[in-house]
Write a protein that binds this ligand. Structure first.
Ligand SMILES: *Cc1c(COP(=O)(O)O)cnc(C)c1O
Length: 374
């Protein structure tokens, strides 16, 4: 890693990841459940491999990815925990996944056939988790087709049915009636599997359900966002946001009252003032839609970004302060020093903090890890 100061840097605190995962795993353990840390989308933009290692250190015995490629990369990088991948195209390399002992999700008879065929080629049984659609209407087997899928899987010599699983639509709205409705359908789907002679694990809980619905922990919980320190439910968990987004001042200058700033001259100085130029823009993950609506932490103070956010740079109003070139600028972080949080960005933009952190993987933004244990 280069030692020159980064113009744009995402700092990932692995202490925070371990702290958060340990908290979630302790909740799961109270119900006798194990924890699958979700590291899809390159660990929600935090880096799948370092997060996976930290999660395993803190108590995760499983890791979950969306695609087989992500899981195989983790295995080949030396991760020995159980791996689960749940959304692949028909062309996916199931044979490599089976050879690398990645558990696979099955939502349809077609998927079951493709995986069983790959298993025969590899000469091993594939470990599969049958997915029931309990009401999200996204991935998963429709209720009407479930008995046939279960029967086929139970009698298929190429696969071992490890689990029955599903995903919740509204777990982040505790008390939403869909949660109990999905739980009920999940129970029925499990009963069908038991009647077919299977004894599968069960898993349905994401972060929100891990925190609020211990009755839905079953054998395994699948937290993602909460491990990264972002709280999906309106309560006061002791979660620490792991990601901060930083840059540094490259130029300070004074402008006179009446001068305007950045493209379109959307902001005009009402008095003589100092400006700081910060070399990050929308190509680095600062949404242009936050122009005129965002603050940064610079030199110990929260200060407004003025004028439009450009592709490569933005401008901060300093008043009469005169920080040195090189002074750190925090665009978002944990909020503990008063800096904005990813949640605040998301609220202003009408989105969720998941989207903010996940979009921070960019070629021009350096990633730096703190709290590594090796
Ligand atoms: C993303 C995802 C999770 C984790 O959800 P969070 O809300 O981030 O905890 C769990 N299971 C599945 C199937 C997912 O796609």
């Amino acid at each position: 890693m280069t030692t020159t100061a980064a113009r744009a840097e995402v700092v990932i605190d692995l202490h925070a990841i371990r702290h958060n995962l340990a908290l979630l795993a302790a909740r799961a353990a109270e119900s006798g459940a194990s924890t699958m840390a979700i590291v899809k989308a390159d660990g929600y933009g935090h880096g799948a491999l370092p997060v996976a290692r930290a999660a395993v250190e803190a108590g995760a015995s499983w890791l979950g990815t969306c695609s087989l490629g992500e899981a195989i990369e983790l295995r080949r990088a030396g991760i020995s925990a159980r791996l689960f991948s749940w959304l692949d195209t028909p062309e996916a390399d199931f044979a490599s996944g089976i050879a690398e002992r990645v558990d696979l999700s099955v939502s349809s008879l077609g998927e079951l056939a493709r995986i069983a065929e790959a298993a025969r080629r590899v000469g091993e049984r594939a470990r599969v988790h049958l997915k029931i659609d309990t009401g999200l209407s996204r991935n998963g087997c429709a209720s009407a087709e479930w008995p046939a899928l279960v029967e086929a899987a139970a009698s298929e010599s190429g696969v071992d049915v490890v689990a029955v699983w599903s995903h919740l639509a509204c777990a982040d709205e505790p008390g939403h009636p869909s949660i109990d409705a999905q739980a009920k359908r999940f129970q029925s789907a499990y009963d069908v599997a038991r009647e077919a002679g299977l004894d599968p694990l069960r898993h349905i809980a994401n972060s929100a359900a891990t925190l609020t619905r211990p009755d839905l922990h079953f054998d395994l919980v699948r937290p993602g966002i909460a491990m990264y320190g972002l709280n999906p439910v309106p309560d006061s968990e002791d979660l620490h946001p792991a990601m901060s987004f930083r840059s540094a001042v490259v130029l300070v200058k004074r402008i006179s009252a009446g001068e305007s700033v950045s493209y379109g001259h959307t902001w005009t100085a009402e008095r003589d003032t100092n400006l700081a130029l910060v070399p990050v823009g929308y190509a680095d993950g600062v949404p242009r839609a936050l122009s005129g609506r965002m603050n940064v932490l610079l030199g110990g103070k929260v200060r407004p970004v003025v004028g439009r956010v450009c592709m490569d740079q933005l401008i901060v109003d300093l008043g009469d302060d005169e920080p040195l070139v090189g002074t750190e600028v925090v665009l978002f972080g944990s909020g503990s020093d008063g800096e904005p949080t990813a949640r605040e960005w998301a609220d202003k933009l009408g989105t969720i903090d998941y989207e903010i952190v996940t979009s921070m993987y960019r070629p021009r933004v350096r990633r730096r890890y703190v709290g590594e244990t090796r």
